[in-house]
Ligand binder design. Structure first.
Ligand code: THU
Length: 133
């Protein structure tokens, strides 16, 4: 799938964000190697630590439909930021567990500034299941 199409899906998903506290809406869209797409937006809660980020919602949606890490090609994250929207630390940890190291993370904003990195570049030296052995 073209990058621009996936970005459009993330921008559309962002409209579904529930953000009464931060008023900061984030959209995400994930595409598999065989072209299936899954979207997410951030969903907040009056109990602030329960807020869930857009990226994690999109990844969990995909897993709940049977997608495996090796199936995932790319994940877009978009917000109305000056620079391309950068995934938070918690999302980086989840991304590094649930996507392959060479999957693409496409960070963008509503102005169209885009930066693409691999999962490994997003979170080098990640803590992983290998460290638990
Ligand atoms: N947020 C995301 O959805 N993704 C990120 O990577 C950064 C932060 C959300 C969480 C919270 O609802 C709002 O943005 C402000 O932090």
């Amino acid at each position: 799938m073209e990058e621009t199409k996936l970005i459009e899906l993330a921008i559309d998903a962002r409209k579904l964000a529930y953000t009464p506290y931060s008023h900061f809406a984030v959209g995400a869209a994930l595409v598999t190697k065989d072209g299936k797409t899954f979207v997410g937006a951030n969903i907040e809660n009056a109990s602030y630590p329960l807020c869930m980020c857009a990226e994690r919602n999109a990844i969990y949606q995909a897993y709940l439909q049977g997608v495996k890490k090796e199936d995932i090609e790319a994940l877009v994250v978009v917000a109305d930021t000056d620079d391309p929207c950068s995934p938070c630390g918690a999302c980086r940890q989840v991304i590094s567990e649930l996507l392959n190291k060479d999957a693409k993370i496409i960070m963008t904003n509503l102005k169209g500034n885009t930066k693409v990195v691999t999962v490994e570049q997003l979170l080098p030296f990640a803590f992983s299941e290998e460290d638990l052995r």
